[in-house]
Design a protein around this ligand. Structure first.
Ligand code: UDP
Ligand code: MG
Length: 329
Protein backbone atom coordinates (compact mmCIF):
# COMPACT_ATOMS: atom_id res chain seq x y z
CA UNK A 1 0.00 0.00 0.00
CA UNK A 2 2.68 2.41 1.11
CA UNK A 3 4.76 1.58 -1.92
CA UNK A 4 2.21 3.32 -4.13
CA UNK A 5 2.68 6.60 -2.33
CA UNK A 6 5.27 8.99 -3.78
CA UNK A 7 8.62 9.20 -2.08
CA UNK A 8 9.35 12.84 -1.34
CA UNK A 9 12.86 14.19 -0.85
CA UNK A 10 13.21 17.69 0.57
CA UNK A 11 16.64 18.94 -0.51
CA UNK A 12 18.10 21.56 1.83
CA UNK A 13 21.45 23.22 0.99
CA UNK A 14 23.35 24.27 4.13
CA UNK A 15 26.35 26.52 4.43
CA UNK A 16 27.34 27.33 8.00
CA UNK A 17 23.81 26.78 9.22
CA UNK A 18 24.43 25.40 12.73
CA UNK A 19 22.20 28.12 14.18
CA UNK A 20 19.09 27.00 12.29
CA UNK A 21 19.36 23.24 11.76
CA UNK A 22 17.68 22.25 15.02
CA UNK A 23 14.56 24.31 14.39
CA UNK A 24 14.52 23.55 10.65
CA UNK A 25 14.59 19.81 11.29
CA UNK A 26 11.78 20.14 13.82
CA UNK A 27 9.57 22.05 11.38
CA UNK A 28 10.24 19.82 8.40
CA UNK A 29 9.79 16.64 10.43
CA UNK A 30 6.40 17.85 11.59
CA UNK A 31 5.34 18.39 7.99
CA UNK A 32 6.68 15.01 6.90
CA UNK A 33 4.80 13.27 9.69
CA UNK A 34 1.59 15.05 8.79
CA UNK A 35 1.93 14.15 5.10
CA UNK A 36 2.67 10.52 5.90
CA UNK A 37 -0.36 10.47 8.21
CA UNK A 38 -2.57 11.86 5.45
CA UNK A 39 -1.23 9.15 3.16
CA UNK A 40 0.09 11.71 0.71
CA UNK A 41 3.71 10.63 0.73
CA UNK A 42 5.60 7.42 1.43
CA UNK A 43 7.00 6.94 4.92
CA UNK A 44 10.40 6.45 3.32
CA UNK A 45 10.37 10.12 2.34
CA UNK A 46 13.32 12.14 3.54
CA UNK A 47 14.87 15.44 4.39
CA UNK A 48 18.16 15.50 2.49
CA UNK A 49 20.61 18.02 3.93
CA UNK A 50 23.47 19.01 1.65
CA UNK A 51 26.40 20.40 3.61
CA UNK A 52 28.11 22.79 1.20
CA UNK A 53 31.57 22.71 2.77
CA UNK A 54 30.53 24.41 6.02
CA UNK A 55 33.23 25.56 8.38
CA UNK A 56 31.11 25.27 11.53
CA UNK A 57 29.48 22.23 13.12
CA UNK A 58 26.80 21.89 10.42
CA UNK A 59 27.91 18.42 9.30
CA UNK A 60 28.25 17.12 12.86
CA UNK A 61 24.65 18.17 13.50
CA UNK A 62 23.41 16.58 10.29
CA UNK A 63 25.23 13.34 11.06
CA UNK A 64 23.71 13.19 14.53
CA UNK A 65 20.25 13.86 13.12
CA UNK A 66 20.58 11.01 10.62
CA UNK A 67 20.94 8.72 13.61
CA UNK A 68 18.04 9.87 15.72
CA UNK A 69 15.57 11.10 13.12
CA UNK A 70 14.37 8.49 10.58
CA UNK A 71 13.58 11.18 8.00
CA UNK A 72 17.00 12.82 7.94
CA UNK A 73 19.72 11.97 5.41
CA UNK A 74 22.88 13.90 4.65
CA UNK A 75 25.25 14.68 1.84
CA UNK A 76 28.57 16.37 2.52
CA UNK A 77 30.34 18.21 -0.29
CA UNK A 78 34.13 18.22 -0.19
CA UNK A 79 34.30 22.02 -0.24
CA UNK A 80 32.07 25.04 -0.74
CA UNK A 81 30.51 24.78 -4.21
CA UNK A 82 27.93 27.52 -3.73
CA UNK A 83 24.17 27.41 -3.37
CA UNK A 84 23.51 26.26 -6.95
CA UNK A 85 26.11 23.52 -6.75
CA UNK A 86 24.70 22.23 -3.48
CA UNK A 87 21.18 22.20 -4.91
CA UNK A 88 22.27 20.24 -7.96
CA UNK A 89 24.18 17.72 -5.84
CA UNK A 90 21.06 17.14 -3.77
CA UNK A 91 18.71 16.96 -6.75
CA UNK A 92 20.88 14.54 -8.70
CA UNK A 93 21.31 12.33 -5.66
CA UNK A 94 17.57 12.31 -4.93
CA UNK A 95 16.77 11.63 -8.60
CA UNK A 96 17.77 7.99 -8.23
CA UNK A 97 15.23 7.15 -5.52
CA UNK A 98 12.68 9.96 -5.12
CA UNK A 99 9.38 10.42 -6.98
CA UNK A 100 9.40 14.13 -6.33
CA UNK A 101 11.85 16.62 -4.90
CA UNK A 102 11.26 19.90 -3.10
CA UNK A 103 14.16 22.33 -2.72
CA UNK A 104 14.12 24.83 0.13
CA UNK A 105 16.67 27.02 1.94
CA UNK A 106 17.86 25.93 5.37
CA UNK A 107 16.73 29.16 7.05
CA UNK A 108 13.06 28.39 6.21
CA UNK A 109 12.46 31.96 5.07
CA UNK A 110 10.17 30.38 2.52
CA UNK A 111 6.96 29.34 4.23
CA UNK A 112 7.06 25.59 4.87
CA UNK A 113 3.26 25.45 5.00
CA UNK A 114 3.33 25.81 1.22
CA UNK A 115 4.73 22.27 1.05
CA UNK A 116 1.19 20.92 1.65
CA UNK A 117 0.01 22.86 -1.39
CA UNK A 118 3.01 21.65 -3.42
CA UNK A 119 2.14 18.03 -2.68
CA UNK A 120 -1.54 18.59 -3.46
CA UNK A 121 -0.58 20.06 -6.83
CA UNK A 122 1.68 17.08 -7.42
CA UNK A 123 -1.22 14.71 -6.78
CA UNK A 124 -3.36 16.76 -9.17
CA UNK A 125 -0.88 15.91 -11.90
CA UNK A 126 1.46 18.89 -11.96
CA UNK A 127 5.08 18.00 -12.62
CA UNK A 128 6.51 21.33 -11.61
CA UNK A 129 5.32 23.59 -8.81
CA UNK A 130 6.86 27.02 -8.35
CA UNK A 131 6.84 28.71 -4.96
CA UNK A 132 6.20 32.40 -5.66
CA UNK A 133 6.54 35.16 -3.08
CA UNK A 134 3.53 37.34 -2.50
CA UNK A 135 5.37 40.44 -1.42
CA UNK A 136 8.88 41.43 -0.59
CA UNK A 137 8.28 43.38 2.59
CA UNK A 138 10.83 41.48 4.63
CA UNK A 139 13.60 42.34 2.20
CA UNK A 140 15.54 45.54 2.50
CA UNK A 141 14.60 48.33 0.08
CA UNK A 142 17.90 47.70 -1.65
CA UNK A 143 17.45 43.96 -2.16
CA UNK A 144 13.88 44.36 -3.33
CA UNK A 145 14.78 46.88 -6.01
CA UNK A 146 17.93 45.17 -7.19
CA UNK A 147 15.94 41.96 -7.56
CA UNK A 148 13.27 43.75 -9.59
CA UNK A 149 15.88 45.35 -11.84
CA UNK A 150 17.45 41.93 -12.26
CA UNK A 151 14.24 40.31 -13.57
CA UNK A 152 13.75 43.22 -15.98
CA UNK A 153 17.31 43.04 -17.26
CA UNK A 154 17.16 39.28 -17.66
CA UNK A 155 13.91 39.57 -19.60
CA UNK A 156 15.53 42.08 -21.96
CA UNK A 157 18.39 39.66 -22.48
CA UNK A 158 15.98 36.93 -23.46
CA UNK A 159 16.15 34.90 -20.23
CA UNK A 160 12.63 34.34 -19.00
CA UNK A 161 12.39 33.76 -15.27
CA UNK A 162 9.33 33.26 -13.12
CA UNK A 163 9.19 36.59 -11.24
CA UNK A 164 9.57 36.38 -7.46
CA UNK A 165 10.38 32.71 -7.63
CA UNK A 166 13.72 31.65 -6.21
CA UNK A 167 14.70 28.03 -5.73
CA UNK A 168 11.69 26.95 -3.69
CA UNK A 169 9.92 24.45 -5.92
CA UNK A 170 8.71 20.91 -6.43
CA UNK A 171 9.91 18.82 -9.35
CA UNK A 172 8.58 15.40 -10.26
CA UNK A 173 10.90 12.55 -11.11
CA UNK A 174 10.42 12.98 -14.83
CA UNK A 175 11.17 16.70 -14.74
CA UNK A 176 14.27 15.92 -12.70
CA UNK A 177 15.33 13.29 -15.23
CA UNK A 178 15.22 15.97 -17.91
CA UNK A 179 16.90 18.56 -15.74
CA UNK A 180 19.99 16.40 -15.18
CA UNK A 181 20.52 16.31 -18.95
CA UNK A 182 21.57 19.96 -18.78
CA UNK A 183 25.22 19.31 -18.15
CA UNK A 184 26.53 22.85 -18.54
CA UNK A 185 29.23 23.94 -16.15
CA UNK A 186 27.81 27.41 -15.40
CA UNK A 187 24.33 26.34 -14.54
CA UNK A 188 21.66 28.85 -13.59
CA UNK A 189 18.91 26.64 -12.23
CA UNK A 190 16.01 29.03 -12.28
CA UNK A 191 16.72 29.88 -15.90
CA UNK A 192 16.78 26.22 -16.93
CA UNK A 193 13.65 25.04 -15.12
CA UNK A 194 11.16 27.08 -17.18
CA UNK A 195 12.88 25.74 -20.33
CA UNK A 196 11.95 22.19 -19.35
CA UNK A 197 8.28 22.67 -20.03
CA UNK A 198 5.74 20.22 -18.52
CA UNK A 199 2.56 21.07 -16.68
CA UNK A 200 3.39 23.60 -14.00
CA UNK A 201 1.56 25.45 -11.24
CA UNK A 202 2.38 28.30 -8.88
CA UNK A 203 1.85 28.40 -5.15
CA UNK A 204 1.96 31.80 -3.48
CA UNK A 205 3.44 32.33 -0.02
CA UNK A 206 4.85 35.04 2.22
CA UNK A 207 8.56 35.12 2.77
CA UNK A 208 9.68 35.57 6.35
CA UNK A 209 12.85 36.90 7.86
CA UNK A 210 15.73 34.63 8.64
CA UNK A 211 15.05 33.44 12.21
CA UNK A 212 18.70 32.82 13.11
CA UNK A 213 22.14 33.09 11.60
CA UNK A 214 22.88 35.57 8.86
CA UNK A 215 22.52 35.74 5.10
CA UNK A 216 25.16 33.81 3.13
CA UNK A 217 24.41 36.01 0.15
CA UNK A 218 26.28 39.27 0.59
CA UNK A 219 26.22 41.87 -2.20
CA UNK A 220 29.34 40.44 -3.80
CA UNK A 221 27.76 37.00 -4.24
CA UNK A 222 24.51 38.55 -5.46
CA UNK A 223 26.30 40.46 -8.20
CA UNK A 224 28.32 37.48 -9.33
CA UNK A 225 25.12 35.39 -9.31
CA UNK A 226 23.42 37.96 -11.56
CA UNK A 227 26.40 38.14 -13.94
CA UNK A 228 26.48 34.34 -14.05
CA UNK A 229 22.80 34.27 -14.87
CA UNK A 230 23.22 36.65 -17.78
CA UNK A 231 26.44 35.31 -19.24
CA UNK A 232 25.41 31.69 -19.04
CA UNK A 233 22.19 32.33 -20.95
CA UNK A 234 22.52 35.27 -23.19
CA UNK A 235 24.72 36.56 -25.99
CA UNK A 236 22.93 39.91 -26.09
CA UNK A 237 26.03 41.71 -24.70
CA UNK A 238 27.98 40.53 -27.79
CA UNK A 239 25.28 41.79 -30.13
CA UNK A 240 25.47 45.11 -28.31
CA UNK A 241 29.12 45.47 -29.37
CA UNK A 242 28.16 45.09 -33.03
CA UNK A 243 25.41 47.67 -32.65
CA UNK A 244 27.74 50.17 -31.04
CA UNK A 245 30.21 49.57 -33.87
CA UNK A 246 27.62 50.42 -36.52
CA UNK A 247 26.57 53.48 -34.59
CA UNK A 248 30.14 54.76 -34.38
CA UNK A 249 30.79 54.16 -38.08
CA UNK A 250 27.68 56.19 -38.89
CA UNK A 251 28.78 58.92 -36.55
CA UNK A 252 32.23 58.62 -38.15
CA UNK A 253 30.75 59.30 -41.57
CA UNK A 254 29.38 62.60 -40.26
CA UNK A 255 32.70 63.48 -38.66
CA UNK A 256 34.43 62.54 -41.92
CA UNK A 257 32.22 64.81 -43.97
CA UNK A 258 32.84 67.64 -41.53
CA UNK A 259 36.62 67.07 -41.53
CA UNK A 260 36.75 67.01 -45.33
CA UNK A 261 34.82 70.26 -45.59
CA UNK A 262 37.10 71.95 -43.10
CA UNK A 263 40.10 70.55 -44.97
CA UNK A 264 38.79 71.82 -48.32
CA UNK A 265 38.28 75.26 -46.80
CA UNK A 266 41.92 75.08 -45.74
CA UNK A 267 41.17 75.71 -42.08
CA UNK A 268 43.18 72.75 -40.80
CA UNK A 269 46.71 71.97 -39.77
CA UNK A 270 48.22 69.11 -41.72
CA UNK A 271 47.45 65.63 -40.47
CA UNK A 272 44.25 66.49 -38.59
CA UNK A 273 41.87 65.26 -41.28
CA UNK A 274 43.50 61.88 -41.71
CA UNK A 275 43.66 61.44 -37.94
CA UNK A 276 39.95 62.24 -37.54
CA UNK A 277 39.04 59.80 -40.31
CA UNK A 278 41.10 56.94 -38.92
CA UNK A 279 39.97 57.40 -35.35
CA UNK A 280 36.29 57.43 -36.16
CA UNK A 281 35.86 55.18 -39.15
CA UNK A 282 38.52 52.63 -38.23
CA UNK A 283 37.44 52.66 -34.59
CA UNK A 284 33.88 51.84 -35.56
CA UNK A 285 34.97 49.18 -38.01
CA UNK A 286 37.10 47.54 -35.36
CA UNK A 287 34.12 47.34 -33.05
CA UNK A 288 32.03 45.76 -35.79
CA UNK A 289 34.80 43.24 -36.42
CA UNK A 290 34.94 42.36 -32.73
CA UNK A 291 31.18 42.00 -32.74
CA UNK A 292 31.30 39.62 -35.72
CA UNK A 293 33.91 37.47 -34.02
CA UNK A 294 31.74 37.65 -30.93
CA UNK A 295 28.77 36.27 -32.87
CA UNK A 296 30.80 33.19 -33.71
CA UNK A 297 32.04 32.85 -30.16
CA UNK A 298 28.40 33.13 -29.12
CA UNK A 299 27.55 30.20 -31.39
CA UNK A 300 30.41 28.16 -29.95
CA UNK A 301 29.23 29.07 -26.47
CA UNK A 302 25.79 27.70 -27.24
CA UNK A 303 27.18 24.55 -28.83
CA UNK A 304 29.42 23.77 -25.88
CA UNK A 305 26.42 23.75 -23.56
CA UNK A 306 25.21 20.68 -25.39
CA UNK A 307 21.67 21.27 -24.22
CA UNK A 308 18.97 18.79 -25.19
CA UNK A 309 17.20 20.02 -28.31
CA UNK A 310 13.78 18.88 -27.19
CA UNK A 311 11.99 17.18 -24.33
CA UNK A 312 9.24 14.62 -24.88
CA UNK A 313 6.35 14.66 -22.45
CA UNK A 314 4.28 11.79 -23.85
CA UNK A 315 4.90 9.37 -26.67
CA UNK A 316 2.26 7.01 -28.08
CA UNK A 317 4.78 5.18 -30.27
CA UNK A 318 6.43 3.80 -27.16
CA UNK A 319 4.70 0.41 -27.54
CA UNK A 320 5.60 -0.11 -31.17
CA UNK A 321 8.32 -2.70 -31.40
CA UNK A 322 11.49 -1.63 -33.07
CA UNK A 323 11.64 -3.04 -36.61
CA UNK A 324 14.40 -5.12 -38.04
CA UNK A 325 16.02 -3.30 -40.94
CA UNK A 326 14.56 -4.46 -44.28
CA UNK A 327 16.83 -6.59 -46.37
CA UNK A 328 16.81 -5.94 -50.07
CA UNK A 329 17.45 -8.34 -52.88
N1 UDP B 1 24.05 28.32 0.79
C1 UDP B 1 24.87 27.28 0.34
N2 UDP B 1 26.13 27.58 -0.11
C2 UDP B 1 26.61 28.87 -0.16
C3 UDP B 1 25.74 29.92 0.26
C4 UDP B 1 24.48 29.60 0.73
O1 UDP B 1 24.49 26.12 0.36
O2 UDP B 1 27.75 29.07 -0.57
C5 UDP B 1 22.70 27.99 1.28
C6 UDP B 1 22.36 28.52 2.63
O3 UDP B 1 22.78 27.64 3.66
C7 UDP B 1 20.84 28.62 2.58
C8 UDP B 1 20.60 28.97 1.12
O4 UDP B 1 21.78 28.62 0.42
O5 UDP B 1 20.22 27.39 2.86
C9 UDP B 1 20.26 30.44 0.91
O6 UDP B 1 21.20 31.26 1.57
P1 UDP B 1 20.77 32.52 2.44
O7 UDP B 1 19.55 32.21 3.21
O8 UDP B 1 21.95 32.94 3.25
O9 UDP B 1 20.48 33.59 1.31
P2 UDP B 1 19.37 34.76 1.34
O10 UDP B 1 18.09 34.14 1.78
O11 UDP B 1 19.87 35.78 2.28
O12 UDP B 1 19.32 35.23 -0.07
MG1 MG C 1 17.80 33.04 3.38
Amino acid sequence: MDSQLPLLAIVVPCYNEEAVLEETTKELTRIMEQLVQEKKISRNSMILYVDDGSKDSTWAIIERKTMDNPFVQGLKLSRNFGHQGALIAGMETADSFADCVITIDADLQDDVQAIYAFIDKYHQGYDLVYGVRNKRETDTFFKRNTALAFYKLMGKMGVHLVPNHADYRLMSKRVLDEFVKYQEENIFIRGIVPLLGFKSAKVYYDRKERFAGESKYPLKKMISFAIDGITSFSIVPIKLVTCIGFFIVMLGALVAAYSLIVWLLNHTISGWTSLMLSIWIIGGMQLIAIGVIGEYIGKIFKETKNRPRYTIERNTTMNIKEKEPMTHG
